[in-house]
Design a protein around this ligand. Structure first.
Ligand SMILES: O=c1ccn([C@@H]2O[C@H](COP(=O)(O)OP(=O)(O)O[C@H]3O[C@H](CO)[C@@H](O)[C@H](O)[C@H]3O)[C@@H](O)[C@H]2O)c(=O)[nH]1
Length: 473
């Protein structure tokens, strides 16, 4: 049992940028509340984490070795290093072997009279619950998604047999849930409809970590109450033992709070993207294009993006992750005065807040959605995998802060977006009336989001309440 004076939290992020980054920002939020943080991670992830968390006396990294298993390339310690998403399941199974070293870290803390107030660990690291329960430490689970998406996913998992009898574009009604948009079966993450398929290994894994999820002490949500208040109690109803959901976001805003700005070397040259954006003299004139860290986009689809951006006539900054793709021939010459394509990691938050950026063609990962909204940048939504369709529906239909790119399902399962659809969507977002009104909505929402983490804001107060509850546990 943690002592009432303990002021120490253990954070164990999943090894994927979209999941880890918000928890690193949470460590900064906690240290602002005089809470010490130990971040548990593996050696290669520790190197990138060290670049993101400031050199702060209250934030420590503790490394545990990543296991070597058959079916996973050696040295692969982060989903961004996987050759393709096909390796995700072996990767997820490998992380289960982190249980023993994780438990040893907790045991050492307890033996040395420094038990943590709680462990905050990712949904995918379900094994942490058993260790926490055995050692009497509360586990808070973190999903990286909004409460709305989580509530829809959990309800669809429970109601899968009824939903499976519908056709893809039929509206889905989830009992007890008030949705801010019309939901169809096509919007739902594939795994959520597989709950009764015991032969599907991914569903089996989700079922396993899902059990640990609902038996956790609480849930950390990277979102803010003003956005989620209509779904929180429905979401909490899936949890046992009265677990509470704590909306603490947008967590990345803690990165900007005084004392925690990522250390910037004054002599360091601005990045190529920043230099290029600085040269764009018209505010809101450039569209930023990025599809996150997980989705695999085929080379032929990337060709369509290139042609679509070129046809739109709109200046663009595009981050491409593919190692195999190159620009179609003749394209470099056509776009050289109007577009910048980069293949390295960029500071997306900084880019979105640049005055030249006026729109974001995005896959709608939840972090990107939050970062765009906070910057007052409307989204051209192109969801690809996981719960991204739900985020896209929320931003476009629920909040009016974006537009949808037109997607067409071809004969196979691939969804193709044509160059015309990209060009039309980009032009409407950047220069059309619908884009203008989406920008106004994004700006208004951004103001609410920023207020949430300020003193007396909803997320700020919720964090203080959470710490009080943990101290009283
Ligand atoms: O060059 C880059 C690329 C990405 N990022 C950052 O990386 C994060 C990416 O997160 P997100 O936009 O959520 O995309 P993914 O990592 O692809 O998202 C995964 O994780 C999300 C959070 O759980 C889910 O919503 C998505 O469906 C899932 O694919 C964001 O903070 C970006 O700012 C950069 O800073 N620079």
């Amino acid at each position: 049992m943690p002592s009432p004076t303990a002021s120490h939290v253990v954070i164990f992020p999943f090894m994927a940028q979209g999941h880890a980054l918000p928890l690193l920002d949470l460590s900064k939020a906690l240290s602002l509340q005089q809470i010490k943080v130990t971040i548990i991670t593996t050696p290669s992830n520790a190197k990138s984490i060290a670049k993101c968390v400031p050199n702060h006396p209250d934030i420590h990294l503790h490394e545990i070795p990543f296991p070597t298993i058959n079916g996973l390339p050696i040295g692969c310690e982060n989903t961004s290093q996987l050759p393709s998403l096909e390796f995700l399941l072996p990767f997820l199974h490998a992380t289960k072997q982190l249980q023993k070293p994780f438990e040893e870290v907790l045991e050492t803390m307890i033996k040395s009279n420094a038990p943590p107030l709680c462990v905050i660990s990712d949904f995918f690291l379900g094994f942490t619950l058993a260790s926490c329960q055995a050692l009497g430490v509360p586990r808070l689970v973190f999903h990286g998604m909004s409460a709305l998406s989580m509530a829809i996913s959990k309800s669809s998992w429970v109601n899968a047999s009824q939903i499976n009898s519908l056709s893809m574009l039929d509206p889905v009604d989830l009992p007890g849930m008030k949705l801010p948009f019309t939901l169809t079966k096509a919007d739902l993450p594939a795994e959520t409809l597989n709950s009764s398929n015991h032969d599907d290994p991914m569903s089996e894994f989700i079922g396993e970590v899902g059990w640990a999820d609902v038996n956790s002490w609480g849930i950390i949500i990277n979102s803010f109450e003003e956005l989620e208040k209509d779904h929180i109690s429905f979401f909490e109803s899936f949890y046992k033992n009265g677990a509470k959901a704590w909306c603490l976001g947008p967590l990345f805003l803690y990165d900007k709070i005084e004392g925690f700005e990522r250390s910037i070397n004054q002599n360091q040259k601005p990045s190529m993207s920043t230099q290029w954006l600085d040269e764009q003299s018209t505010p809101d004139s450039v569209i930023y294009v990025s599809f996150g860290t997980q989705a695999d986009v085929s080379d032929s689809q990337l060709d369509e993006v290139a042609f679509g951006l070129e046809e739109s006539g709109v200046p663009f900054l595009w981050v491409v992750r593919s190692k195999t793709w190159s620009l179609p021939s003749g394209m470099e010459e056509k776009i050289k005065d109007r577009g910048l394509i980069v293949s390295e990691w960029v500071d997306q938050r900084q880019i979105l807040s640049h005055r030249a950026i006026g729109g974001f063609l995005s896959h709608c990962g939840w972090n990107s959605v939050l970062e765009s909204v906070v910057a007052g940048v409307p989204i051209l939504a192109w969801p690809m995998i996981a719960e991204q369709s739900l985020n896209a529906k929320l931003i476009v239909d629920g909040l009016g802060a974006g537009l949808s790119v037109k997607r067409v399902q071809n004969q196979g399962s691939e969804i193709l977006v044509s160059r015309q659809a990209i060009s039309e969507g980009v032009k409407e977002l950047m220069r059309g009336q619908k884009g203008r009104s989406a920008r106004e909505r994004a700006e208004a929402l951004g103001r609410v989001a920023r207020r949430a983490v300020q003193k007396d804001g909803s997320s700020h107060d919720t964090l203080s309440n959470l710490i009080d509850r943990l101290r009283a546990y």
